[in-house]
Design a protein around this ligand. Sequence first.
Ligand code: T46
Length: 140
Amino acid sequence: MMQNVKDIEFKEFKDERGCLSAIEAERDVPFKIERIYYITKVPGHLERGFHSHRDLEQVLLCLNGSVRIRVDNGTDREEVLLDNPAKGLYIGPMIWREMAEFSEGSVLLVLASHHYDASDYIKDYAAFKEEAQIFWRNEK
Ligand code: T46
C-alpha cells in the first residue's frame, strides 16, 4: 500500500455470545484519539470525502455493511473495501480520500488524532496535488 495508508486488523474475541473487538489508543491505532465521529444513512449512489488533510491521522472502520474507500497521494490511487468491522484503514497526512458505494445500513466509524479543524482540510484537488508534490518530496 502507498505510504501513509495501511490496513489494520483488530483482534476479535468470538464466542457463542457474539464478537467483541477493542481499540486502544497508541496500541491498536498509532495515535492518541481526540475525536470520534460516525457516518450513517448515506444514500448508496452518493459519495463523500473528496479532500485531504494536512496533519490529521485517522482510522476508518465499517461497523456494519460496507463502504469503498479510494485513496490518492497525488500520483497513485488505490481502493480498499471496508466490509468487516475487524478491519481498519489508517489514513495519514496528505492523502486524498473518497468514500463510495455505501451499502444500505452501513455505519462508518472514524477515529481521529485531533479535534475538528476546518483549516486542516484541502478540498480542491489541484491545490492538493501541488501541496502533495512538495510534501512527498520532503518525506523522501
Ligand atoms: C474525513 C472523512 C473520512 C464537524 O462539525 N465535526 C467533525 O468532526 C466532522 C468530521 C465534520 N463536521 C461537520 C463539517 C461539515 O459541515 O460535518 C459536516 C460534514 O463533514 P464533511 O463534509 O467533511 O464529511 P465527509 O464525510 O466528506 O468527510 C468526513 C471528515 O470530515 C473527513 O475528515 O476524512 O469523513
